[in-house]
Design a protein around this ligand. Structure first.
Ligand code: HEM
Length: 146
């Protein structure tokens, strides 16, 4: 199994790159809805947003989570930092789902929310992703030490 760890990490990190990239791109794409002029413009933006969500971010999220889960046992990642990481990853998954909901909502009706509101959503992955990276790279010990 040890021979597979570098490959699993490679798959995990490659998928994370795509997933996190998608989470940063989606708020920017959603913010463009308000500025669209005409049907063609809007359809083009809808296609780009759906492609980013369905073809890039969602499959990458599944691959990242599956590869990460497969890494837990061989790397003996049973510390509290892992629990904290999984909590933050759950928050990333919730944000992913909220973006999906917003795509559906904005598909049929004109966007009344100010452009800034959707752009501000980028603060959520901007907070979560570095925190997860810090947890996994520093592997801090919480609570009483063994
Ligand atoms: C359910 C989701 C996830 C699980 C179960 C998971 C699990 C793991 C495990 C077990 C490792 C190996 C740790 C080690 O070698 O000590 C790892 C490595 C890593 N994970 Fe995740 N992970 C998940 C999601 C994420 C996310 C969302 C990020 C970043 C935003 C991330 C970033 C990393 C990085 C950078 C490494 C490499 C650390 C190193 O080799 O030093 N992971 N992950």
């Amino acid at each position: 199994m040890a021979a597979f760890i570098p490959w699993l990490k490679f798959i995990h990190l490659s998928a994370l790159l795509l997933w996190c990239g998608g989470l940063f791109a989606l708020p920017a794409l959603l913010a463009q809805y308000r500025g669209t002029r005409g049907r063609v413009d809007r359809r083009r933006l809808q296609a780009a947003t759906r492609f980013t969500y369905i073809a890039v971010a969602s499959p990458a999220a599944v691959v990242a989570v599956v590869a990460g889960t497969l890494l837990i046992h061989p790397t003996q990642s049973y510390g509290n930092w892992m629990l904290a990481k999984l909590t933050l990853v759950a928050a990333m998954v919730c944000f992913h789902a909220i973006c999906g909901k917003l795509i559906l909502v904005l598909h049929d009706r004109r966007d009344r929310a100010p452009q800034r509101l959707h752009l501000m959503l980028v603060a959520i992955p901007a907070l979560l992703v570095p925190l997860v990276l810090w947890l996994v790279l520093a592997q801090p010990v919480f609570g009483p030490q063994a």
